[in-house]
Design a protein around this ligand. Structure first.
Ligand code: SAM
Length: 417
């Protein structure tokens, strides 16, 4: 059987537009791979699920070739009835009922797309074996808290990298052909047009071309404010460490009380002629009220739209029952503009009221990359200046900030091309 044009283009782009509805299916591995020239992301590394005992978090040994294993139900979740809900939960439940038919329609569209559906299991496996997965990953969060944090250096090696990198890519090269720079509280960039290797405490990290990162605590985020306001960012993606009472999440990374996010310098980071702000939410009703009433007003974000991320398993079924009150198979994000009056009206018109993207979730609650999907909504000059706050990975031509932006750049998540 011949493949449709949509499917062929999906194999390159990682985006499949579902027929008859404003929804797409995304393959995060393909989307991330658009950032790399010498390496590719290992699908089994991206999807490996390590739902082992609490407290170990991410620092467990992942066996090579280990892929998505549907886990057994940990415990029976109690089904709560609408009469048990408080006011904010009722509002959230109402929103759920409103979006439910669209989510189901998007899921049906996916189930009706046979060529894609049959291909899904292939997305979570690698064609070849990935690079060495031995050894423990570094915990950047723990290292950053040590008194000696300012002394830690990352070394970007030139020998292993091509001539091109040697010429255009790196400054401050020492006599042994390495660039060495403090890892913490420092903006580090790979200016070359190919991926480069970096060493930190005996582990190798892959830095995509033209990527830039800053490993620091919230208190240092002001270092990222551009010198002149016309150099601000056109796209600001934020996935805050919201508190949510999930014990598993607490083991993986520290969370912060909501009021801390009021001080994120979004206005100062934003491009003066308009910037798109994208905020990942959790399904708690209380959070929505905080964002609408306090956070977005403090950041100057207006014109708010919602996108939904519907999560499926490799067999195409929903990750969980659509109607569980505290465990939905979807998450959502709010999008809005800063300096909206400067954004051309055609941008705002471009926006649709409900946008749904479907994907198989990666391990460690990794969010799918959104840059490509949002490309057409970005105000300002091209190429757009994009930044991710609280990032755990790097993207070509983006700036990543957080206390562990190198987290998923560990070579264990990559294969050589
Ligand atoms: N979007 C990311 C992804 O898909 O991988 C996940 C981001 S996660 C929700 C939040 C991140 O914020 C975690 O990496 C956490 O370590 C980081 N974080 C928590 N407290 C922080 C702080 N005080 N300063 C900087 N980053 C912090």
């Amino acid at each position: 059987e011949t493949l449709s044009d949509e499917f062929s283009s999906f194999l390159d782009s990682g985006i499949y537009r579902l027929p008859g509805i404003k929804a797409v299916f995304l393959d995060p591995v393909r989307l991330l791979n658009l950032s790399y020239t010498r390496y590719s992301i290992s699908a089994s590394g991206y999807y490996c699920r390590t739902f082992d005992s609490l407290g170990k978090g991410r620092r467990t040994n992942i066996e090579a070739g280990d892929s998505y294993v549907p886990k057994k139900k940990k415990r029976k979740r109690k089904r709560r009835l609408p009469q048990d809900l408080n006011e904010q939960e009722l509002v959230a439940e109402k929103r759920h009922q409103d979006v439910r038919p669209f989510l189901l329609k998007a899921h049906e569209a996916l189930l009706g797309t046979t060529e894609l559906l049959l291909f899904l299991p292939n997305l979570v496996k690698d064609e070849k074996f990935s690079v060495d997965r031995r050894g423990l990953e570094q915990s950047f969060i723990e290292l950053g808290r040590l008194w000696q944090a300012p002394l830690y250096e990352i070394s970007i090696s030139i020998e292993g990298n091509s001539k091109e990198v040697q010429e255009e890519g790196l400054q401050n090269v020492d006599s042994s052909g390495r660039t060495v720079a403090p890892l913490f509280n420092n903006l580090i960039s790979n200016n070359a047009s190919i991926d480069v290797d970096a060493e930190f405490l005996n582990r190798t990290y892959i830095l995509p071309s033209k990527s830039c990162f800053h490993t620091s605590d919230l208190r240092q985020i002001h270092d990222l404010i551009p010198g002149s306001s016309d150099q601000g960012f056109n796209l600001i993606v934020i996935d805050p460490p919201w508190e949510n009472g999930s014990a598993y999440q607490k083991a993986v990374y520290p969370t912060l009380p909501n009021r801390y996010f009021l001080y994120l310098p979004i206005k100062q980071l934003a491009y003066t002629e308009g910037a798109l702000v994208v905020l990942w939410m959790t399904n708690r009703g209380k959070l929505r009220a905080f964002v609408e009433q306090e956070l977005f007003p403090a950041w100057g974000v207006t014109d708010i739209r919602t996108y939904y991320w519907l999560k499926i398993k490799p067999d195409g079924s929903l990750l969980s029952d659509l109607d569980l009150i505290h465990h939905k198979p979807y998450e959502y994000l709010l999008l809005g503009y800063v300096n909206k009056e400067k954004v051309g009206p055609h941008f705002i018109r471009n926006f649709q009221d409900i946008q749904i993207f479907i994907s198989i979730p990666g391990a460690y609650s990794r969010k799918p990359p959104l840059g490509k999907l949002l490309e057409d909504h970005l105000p300002g000059p091209k190429p757009s200046r994009c930044i991710e706050l609280f990032a755990r990975e790097l993207v070509a031509e983006w700036t990543s900030w957080g206390n562990e932006p190198l987290c998923f750049q560990d070579c264990r998540y990559f294969m050589e091309r």
